[in-house]
Design a protein around this ligand. Structure first.
Ligand SMILES: Cc1cc2nc3c(=O)[nH]c(=O)nc-3n(C[C@H](O)[C@H](O)[C@H](O)COP(=O)(O)OP(=O)(O)OC[C@H]3O[C@@H](n4cnc5c(N)ncnc54)[C@H](O)[C@@H]3O)c2cc1C
Length: 509
């Protein structure tokens, strides 16, 4: 086999980690899954190794997975993810590379309220993932009851909490600063990111820096202030907001990527489900199409960039232990109801970017985003159309029945909560329901160890890699990070074949 020349080296400005490998000419890599992760993996491969053949298989008719836009009241609005973190480079860099640099925008407002004890109250300044650091601000917010508030500073005098290998966020936070902080501050924030429950989610996986800090710091308040200090956002301050959106919605990114990929020679096949993945002497065989008339594709390497359940099915033969671990990762389903109201029907003051609703309040809705206030481009479009645009999120881990409801029921439930929580009682001029079944992986206690075991299960198959929200973070930027690592891994696996000992332990290593 001949080594391929590293022509077209994208150089240091691409943001792609260099891997130094030179896959063989004529190599073909199949990427299963055309969400942001799969597209990013294909992008990395083609940028770093332009002569490799790359095919992306996407089961659904459209690319992008949880990124996509469609119209509500004549305005393009995101169906799923609507922002990227700006504190890590991958997603921002990717948007720039596919020509969306000038469309990157900072939210106009970033400060959310929490519905607590009968009304919306501002999330206190200085909190980090719902853990307070500024007790004056916490008291001023009136988010907590008096006994709950008095319990918080005991953190500083209580003996150290013993930490095992991992612990649930709820258990640690409750032990240090009291249950009410979990119920009224941490739950709504974790609900927003993971649609998960504080008592189930892993501290080590969801707040790794804070968890590490707590290994040698007795006080959670001190540890939180130390790790979050610089990054904490003062209420109302726009500068330093750690998120970015895209004019027209981040759901535009997959389209821009697809154009760039096709222009670089990548083959993209939508409506093409990878059903079976087999290891054969010459590499990999992927069965696509109907079982009655399957089409067989050949690949030298495969990147599986799907959610955990299809990934587990696909790798069951090649890496059974990893597949077993993957199959045990649970997910949460979410429905997003986007409502457009006539502007005159929304008279209630809506401060900030939205309202979070903790489970303890007993409502269906867990978050409301004031889209036209949060995004300047959307605000302008809404003003032109004479509407206000709100997005309501329903569904948490353990509530699969949410998606069993009809669109009409979901809109009715959203409107009911909107009336009860914010007093908005008008009839929407347009609505859209976006269903995300099994969308958010749950990083349960022990998740990081599980991911280590999954990656260990791939150690003898260096031309197979896994990437996506299941492993190192559910955010778009983290997904792109795993995509680059997976692409880097198979690049090395191809160049070094049949040597298997270089891969071990972590994604892309
Ligand atoms: C409602 C919602 C809002 C979110 N908001 C944000 C946000 O604002 N910011 C943020 O950073 N993150 C957000 N996230 C998280 C983030 O969007 C996702 O974690 C990320 O987009 C996942 O990307 P992915 O490509 O790994 O997976 P997916 O988007 O799930 O893509 C996987 C793709 O694989 C395809 N597929 C599955 N099986 C097969 C198969 N056998 N053959 C071929 N194709 C297959 C699927 O059809 C899908 O298109 C949000 C998530 C949700 C659900």
């Amino acid at each position: 086999m001949t080594a391929k020349q590293p022509s077209g080296d994208p150089g240091p400005t691409t943001g792609l980690p260099g891997d130094g490998a030179t896959p063989e000419a004529g190599s073909h890599v199949v990427v299963v899954g055309g969400g942001i992760t799969g597209l990013a993996a294909a992008w990395y491969l083609i940028r770093t190794h332009p002569h490799v053949g790359v095919t992306v298989l996407e089961a659904s008719p459209t690319l992008g997975g949880k990124l996509g836009v469609s119209d509500v009241a004549g305005i393009a609005v995101d169906e799923g993810a609507e922002s990227f973190v700006a504190s890590r480079p991958e997603a921002l860099q990717l948007a720039r590379e596919v020509g969306l640099e000038t469309e990157l925008v900072v939210p106009e407002v970033f400060h959310a309220s929490v519905y607590s004890r009968g009304r919306p109250r501002p999330m206190p300044r200085g909190q980090f993932m719902g853990i307070p650091t500024d007790l004056r601000a916490l008291a001023a917010s009136e988010l907590m009851s008096a006994p709950g508030l008095l319990r918080v500073p005991l953190d500083r005098t209580l003996p150290a909490t013993e930490l095992a290998d991992d612990v649930s966020v709820g258990a640690l936070v409750a032990a240090r600063v009291g249950r009410e902080v979990v119920d009224r501050m941490v739950e709504p924030l974790l609900g927003g990111v993971y649609a998960g429950r504080a008592d189930e989610l892993s501290m080590a996986a969801t707040m790794p820096a804070l968890f590490r800090e707590m290994r040698h710091e007795r006080s959670l308040l001190t540890a939180t202030r130390r790790i979050a200090g610089g990054g904490m956002q003062a209420a109302g301050a726009r500068r330093g907001i750690p998120f970015r959106g895209i004019v027209g919605g981040v759901g535009r990114v997959p389209g821009a990527m697809a154009a760039a990929l096709v222009g670089s020679g990548v083959q993209i096949r939508t409506r093409t489900t990878a059903r079976v993945l087999r290891r054969v002497a010459s590499g990999w065989e992927i069965e696509v199409g109907p079982a009655s008339a399957p089409e067989l594709l050949h690949a030298d390497a495969v990147i599986v960039a799907t959610p955990a359940a299809p990934a587990a099915r696909l790798i069951a033969d090649a890496a059974p232990a990893a597949a077993m671990e993957l199959s045990e990762i649970e997910t949460a389903s979410v429905a997003l109801v986007t409502l457009a109201f006539r502007a005159e029907d929304v008279t209630a003051p809506l401060p900030g970017s939205g309202l979070l609703v903790p489970p303890v309040e007993g409502r269906m809705v867990k978050a409301i985003t004031y889209l036209d206030q949060k995004w300047g481009w959307l605000g302008e479009a809404a003003q032109r159309e004479g509407v206000r645009m709100l997005r309501l999120s329903l569904g948490r881990h353990g509530e699969p029945e949410v998606l069993a409801r009809s669109d009409e029921e979901l809109v009715a439930l959203a409107r009911l909560d909107l009336a009860l929580l914010l007093g908005i009682r008008g009839i929407p001029v347009d609505s859209r329901v976006s269903r995300w079944g099994g969308a958010l992986p749950q990083y349960a206690v022990g998740h990081r160890r599980r991911v280590e075991r999954i990656m260990l299960g791939l150690r003898d198959v260096p031309t197979l890699a896994l990437a996506g929200a299941t492993y190192e973070g559910v955010g778009v930027a983290a997904c792109v990070g795993t995509a680059y690592e997976a692409a880097s891994r198979v690049s090395r696996g191809l160049a070094l074949q049949p040597v298997a000992s270089r891969s071990a332990g972590r994604i892309g290593t």
